[in-house]
Design a protein around this ligand. Sequence first.
Ligand code: G3H
Ligand code: 13P
Ligand code: ZN
Length: 321
Amino acid sequence: MIVTTRELFDIAYGRFAVGAYNINNMEQALGLFEGHERAEAPFIVQLSKGARGYAGVRMLEAILKAAEESYPEAVFAVHLDHGDEETCYDAIDSGFYSSVMIDASHDPFEENVAATRRVVERAHAVGVSVEAELGMLGGVEEDIQVDEKHAQLTDPEEAEAFVEQSGCDALAVAIGTSHGAYKFSGGQGIHFDRVEEIQRRLPGFPLVMHGSSSVPREEVERINAAGGALDPSAKGVDVEEFARAVPLGVTKVNIDTDGRLVWTRVHREHFRDHPENFDFRGPGKVFMEEYARFIEHKSEKLRSKGVVDEVRAALTPVPVD
Ligand code: G3H
Ligand code: 13P
Ligand code: ZN
């Protein structure tokens, strides 16, 4: 069942975070739905501009519709990740998306507000909700690279003004995380004091944490032992910290890199151990199972495990004509 992102947030706020995962293909979709069925957790499927270009907009829609049929108990929202204005309008007009993200965080404050406002007007007219971003995460997103010295934590006072002026429904905040596998070095981590101050100014307003992959050390080591060349210092968000972020209003947690690491580990190990093989379905099956297990584990850490019946019961029934 595809639901509105807003309804999911209303139920989740302060209690659990909804995991938002990027998909690009059938294998990721099947692992994602299987994992959430086992976890009995609601979730958000994220489609990036890159994914839309890779698989094709119609193909992604078809994959999700087929997954929905195969997993009739699934409760999920469909979200455009890191959209520009044009892609937001395309997603809104398609009628397939529950929510869109307009990412104008690289623009000056006033321009970010104006672009978000325009998207909000068009989205709200058809019941689509809007995530915006304020502040700048380090790392790479879509085709924009932000290096660490230009990354900028979200200013709480600006966040309050931004939400009021833009009318957005959720805000992606820069609180120390970054996209990709190399987030932290030494004792760095999430700036909880910043999240606390943002929540104080925006009580009850859903915050989104991008760059939330944990980049498990063991995963990096296995990839490198199977021929990979990832920097062994790669480090991400400690999954135990989700429980601390949830009561502070972090309601959506974006995870992509960790899924890519699962894919890379499974395929590297498979072809190392079976160099004679050229049938991709063997490792594909292993990947789907490993990805489902990974999703189940994340749901537990996000505290969304086991809540799906309650969520379904709280949703507004769609009128039947
Ligand atoms: O934040 C970006 C997500 O990880 C999506 O990555 O743009 O390469 O699909 P992508
Ligand atoms: P990661 O690179 O940490 O998985 O972040 C993904 C993300 O924020 C997608 O929007
Ligand atoms: Zn992101």
